[in-house]
Design a binder for this molecule. Sequence first.
Ligand SMILES: O=C(CO)[C@@H](O)[C@H](O)[C@H](O)[C@H](O)COP(=O)(O)O
Ligand SMILES: [Zn+2]
Length: 198
Amino acid sequence: MTQKEGSSSRQTLARTIAESMAVKERLFEACSSVFEQLVEATVSAFSKGNKMLLCGNGGSACDAQHVAGELVGRFLKDRHPLPAIALSAADSILTCVGNDYSFADVFARQVQALAQPGDIVVGISTSGNSPNVIRAIEVARQCQAVCVGFTGAEGGKLREITDICLCVPSQVTARIQEAHITLWHALCEEIENRLFGS
Ligand SMILES: O=C(CO)[C@@H](O)[C@H](O)[C@H](O)[C@H](O)COP(=O)(O)O
Ligand SMILES: [Zn+2]
């Protein structure tokens, strides 16, 4: 590696860390009151025996799976599992529905099959405009689920059609995703504390 290449990679890392920290510094101000609403809604839903369904594309598909793992498995506490399903993890359903219907239906059809009144359906989309996430939330509303969005500063259509929407103050997909996972970790901790004692 040349010295020039080495210094360019250090600059990229330094800029990425600085940008990520700048977004995190604005995050509390932008999202704390909506975060409180989300805590109340999720704790209430789980207390009543309802479940959480999560969907997203790409990195947000992984976030959906990450969060479902923490709720069904554990975050910080050994406790009863909480019912959460990542719709992005259902390979056979995604390929069947994508192939036989359309990619825009891959999450909506699962929501139609699984969502009950009072369930929490979460769409994670940094643009707020991915058609399969938007369609999932539209179907969730018809099922009388609580509709939640995780998105970026603009919020896109997702912001307009959700009951509770966390809008990270950035327009950069990667920075938004990094803040989403921070919000999710805080939410998992608070859910565990409220439902199983701090
Ligand atoms: O992880 C990344 C970029 O960091 C990508 O995989 C990204 O998630 C994909 O481009 C998604 O399709 C973006 O969709 P969305 O967040 O706008 O709904
Ligand atoms: Zn990514």
